[in-house]
Design a protein around this ligand. Structure first.
Ligand SMILES: [Zn+2]
Length: 117
């Protein structure tokens, strides 16, 4: 197989002005990436609500499939509770059960009221 002749880097022929322009573009892209990262939901707990002895958590999950391109999934609600000294959990779904949701929404409203200037 014939080896490809290595081409000189196109960057070596850039003018000072072009290099400055490239640097500016590079800085702008870095800023955009950082802003995106900051605003992206983290794969973690997004909300939590205790209802009696059950804690509901709204979380994103990783499915563990090696070639999954859509991880993390969700967020979904999960219920956690103690049973015989062990923490048990169960998938609830996209929507919180009605009673738990009422408590959760009341707390959210109270929080919004508190944060009002
Ligand atoms: Zn996945």
């Amino acid at each position: 197989m014939p080896r490809k002749k290595k081409l000189p880097s196109p960057l070596t022929n850039l003018s000072e002005k072009e290099i400055r322009q490239l640097r500016a573009i590079d800085e702008r892209l870095h800023r955009v990436v950082q802003e995106r990262r900051a605003s992206m939901p983290r794969p973690a707990v997004h909300a939590e609500q205790s209802f009696g002895s059950i804690t509901f958590r709204y979380e994103t999950v990783r499915c563990g499939k090696a070639n999954c391109t859509r991880c993390p999934h969700g967020p979904y609600w999960y219920a956690y509770w103690k049973e015989g000294g062990r923490t048990r959990s169960r998938y609830v779904g996209r929507v919180l059960p009605e009673q738990a949701r009422a408590v959760y929404e009341a707390k959210q409203r109270a929080k919004l009221e508190r944060n009002k200037p």
